[in-house]
Write a protein that binds this ligand. Sequence first.
Ligand SMILES: NC(=O)c1ccc[n+]([C@@H]2O[C@H](COP(=O)([O-])OP(=O)(O)OC[C@H]3O[C@@H](n4cnc5c(N)ncnc54)[C@H](O)[C@@H]3O)[C@@H](O)[C@H]2O)c1
Ligand SMILES: O=C(O)C(=O)C[C@]1(C(=O)O)C=C[C@@H](O)C=C1
Length: 365
Amino acid sequence: MMTKKIGFIGLGLIGGSIAKAIRQYHPDYELLAFDKSKETLALAVQEGTIQTSCSTIDGNFEGCSYIFLCAPIAYNTPYLTQLKDFIHPDCILTDVGSVKTSIHEEVIRLGMEENFIGGHPMAGSEKSGYPNSKPVLIENAYYILTPSAKVPDKKVYEYRNFVESLKSLPIILDYKEHDYITGTISHLPHIIASSLVNFVRETDTKDELMKNLAAGGFKDITRIASSSPIMWQQICLKNQENISRILGDYIEVLKKARESIDEGSEKNLFTLFESSKDYRDSMPNSSAGPIKKSFAVYCDIIDEAGGIATIATILASNNISIKNIGIVHNREFEEGVLRIEFYNESAAAKAAELLQKYRYIVYEV
Ligand SMILES: NC(=O)c1ccc[n+]([C@@H]2O[C@H](COP(=O)([O-])OP(=O)(O)OC[C@H]3O[C@@H](n4cnc5c(N)ncnc54)[C@H](O)[C@@H]3O)[C@@H](O)[C@H]2O)c1
Ligand SMILES: O=C(O)C(=O)C[C@]1(C(=O)O)C=C[C@@H](O)C=C1
């Protein structure tokens, strides 16, 4: 297999996850990175994710087959000018930014179109930074590619295959369409979540009853309000036009909901919740993408010390490995249900059968 040299600028949640996936699936590749955080670089070298840490964008980036721009979006574009002097003609320059038009416009302005394929893994978390990165983050997640008009097809094909080799699901989109779509399914929800959290903070009672009583519903819809403020500030500034329009349309939808409530319209209210339920239920039950399969079992546990340890012991003594385990507060179940994730379908099925034998209540999902 031909080895490659791959560079990263920014090695946080997303850069780190991609670098770790490359390390996992292409152990012979040479990885180097520049990040403004020296601790991040030191940790990445120590863990063996990258071989070389760079204190600036220097000649180390020469000869890279791929260079990933993975800093917060507004910081990515200035690096294009610097990289122009280093990249060789065959190098594919890519980014992972949540907004694509701004970087594409800069690439066109700098005459770097032959080398640029925009990228955006549709996966993430409210956590940030290299320590939270993991290869599985991008696994089975759609990975949007927005090739520049002048990149040769052969290069797009090759890069698409590379993304696929990291177990992501590449999908090619026009960069403007990308910004409209993500404006609706990603940027708008973040604005709603953050505004809702602030609304509760501002209207809460003196003894913070709202904060303390907020349960599954509120927590489900606002998890993403804990995301990086700098990242979301920059996304809103860079996708300003789309977001403003989409937000305007959404405000009209909220007004309609209010009208239905004011009018006491049984029909309209029922339709609101019925149509949303039908559409939501038709969506694949996965956070990362429609094809993602997570092999999880949900079961009730007795609220006592060692409850989780008992289940872990039952599974371990039957040679069933747990991928992930934790309590989820989700109103679909009773509060405090235990979610146990396994590596494959048969392990999940075996675990469900076993736990039922031990008289645990196991839920089908
Ligand atoms: N977090 C998500 O859910 C998510 C998902 C998909 C795409 N993205 C995109 O990925 C990019 C990075 O987001 P993230 O979640 O990995 O953020 P992050 O905060 O986890 O990582 C950013 C990294 O960039 C470094 N950095 C910051 N400024 C820098 C600079 N000027 N030069 C070099 N390094 C710098 C930071 O030290 C950090 O390691 C953003 O453009 C974001 O739009 C994020
Ligand atoms: O799951 C989350 O926490 C995310 O916010 C991930 C999410 C999203 O909105 O879906 C956030 C920003 C990205 O650009 C892509 C994915």
